[in-house]
Design a protein around this ligand. Structure first.
Ligand SMILES: [Zn+2]
Length: 94
């Protein structure tokens, strides 16, 4: 997914929970991210980055690797796209 970032121009976009996006857009660092990976035949095909608060609401208390479902669960539709470079700048992800 390509998105247009005010700082980085066209960049790869990641899906994050809306509270993470809001913090990062206010140039606040964010830690304690819970990553939910979906795998298909042993390969991770999609990754979503959630705040602890958002993740716990949907029953995730730590990083998870799940089997790719036919349809994504409802919480995926609540995620917001965020520039990957901004994400890397304000989180401990590399
Ligand atoms: Zn950016």
């Amino acid at each position: 997914m390509m998105i247009k970032c005010d700082e980085h121009g066209f960049s790869n976009g990641l899906l994050v929970s809306p509270d993470i996006k809001e913090q990062i857009q206010n140039s606040m660092h964010y830690t304690n991210i819970i990553t939910i990976d979906y795998e298909y035949k042993g390969d991770v095909v999609d990754s979503f980055y959630l705040s602890e608060c958002f993740a716990q609401k949907y029953g995730f208390f730590c990083n998870k690797i799940l089997t790719l479902p036919d349809d994504y669960p409802e919480w995926v539709s609540k995620l917001a796209p965020l520039c990957e470079k901004c994400f890397q700048k304000f989180t401990n992800f590399r």
